[in-house]
Ligand binder design. Sequence first.
Ligand code: SAJ
Length: 417
Amino acid sequence: MDFKTISVIGLGYIGLPTATVFAARQRKVIGVDVNQHAVDTINQGKIHIVEPDLDMLVHAAVSQGFLRATTTPEPADAFLIAVPTPFKEDKRPDLSYIEAAAEAVAPVLKKGDLVVLESTSPVGATEQLAVWLAAARPDLSFPQQQGEMSDIRIAHCPERVLPGHVLRELVENDRIIGGMTLKCSAAAQSLYELFVRGRCIVTDARTAEMCKLTENAFRDVNIAFANELSMICDKVGVNVWELISLANRHPRVSILQPGPGVGGHCIAVDPWFIVDAAPDRARIIRTAREVNDAKPSFVVDRIKQAASRFKDPVIACFGLAFKANIDDLRESPAVDIVRELIEAEIGTVFVVEPHVKELPAMLGGAELLDAERALNRADIVVLLVDHQQFENIDADRLQPRVVIDTRGMWSTKRKRS
Ligand code: SAJ
């Protein structure tokens, strides 16, 4: 299949890099987003998110005329939907962004078009997308109606890139392609082969959906194991970082690292889609979520214990992002911990976060300081994120203070994996 024009719906952390790599292959790309600010920024050749090297690529794609952004979908040969799939209050998947994308795209669909769902989705979401599209376009046929003969081809191809390494992983990682029919899969495969150097492996849509959820649930369970170990080690007086590095010397053991909790908008969310689909059966997956979600409170308790030794404790929290070397504060356990400390009113709270210029409004009770000034004034230093900038802080500067290192960065015995 020849894809002359490709449209990407949702220009966030996944959609914008994906649109850009297609544009770099000299395809005409129409990016669509409901956020006017994002659209304007991109059309000026700039970016509204932080991802290494993306600014250069977007600038080149826009100035060479291969990438353009708009708020209203236009006709194209392929549509990639990369919108958020959060969960609702009760942790059930919220497909409203996919539904809105289907409604927006349906009017411009034509016979022969391919629609790919990239958003991480519960099992059955691709079929649901097809139902929404078919309801909006009774004049066209869809795979659930006409099988291989359908006018429109529909597939799921979940994104798998790691924030901070998106451009490399987009190209290098294997892709799982789950078409609603074999023709759907073949069309999606030829689309992704335009830029993917890894393998594009074909399966059905439900398996592709479950595969993505499984990848993130696997990581969540492994991190929960590490977090549980860290709490056990705290009780029995063992350095968990040394313990894990020693255990990992076994050829078939590979434990991830404990931390202050699991953040971000993927690993802390996606396993709930599996739990929702089979609540009685997904016991380990649910427990892992609960263990990881409970870790911030454990850290807060440790800080409160330390603070009780001071009259007017000054607490310096290093890091706010949901993980190292990024600026993304979404679902960050560090933010939860700082907020709980402020609410508990146990002392003065300073935050050191080199990746932000100001604190989010909800952390109004804390003050953003540079590392030097925070260290000068702190009684208790809490490492919440292992940003590179914190690695070389002099042990002598930490020495007289109470140090709570949730990432093991300053723990001399930690061996980085
Ligand atoms: N974390 C730990 N210990 C570890 C590893 C991570 O506490 O050993 C924490 C991080 O600090 C962070 C959270 O887990 O708070 C998630 O970080 P991450 O680096 O594990 O993952 P994400 O959310 O940035 O990206 C994940 C990736 N999934 C997998 O590695 C299986 C990525 O490939 C996916 O594309 C992405 O989710 C997604 O969009 O689904």
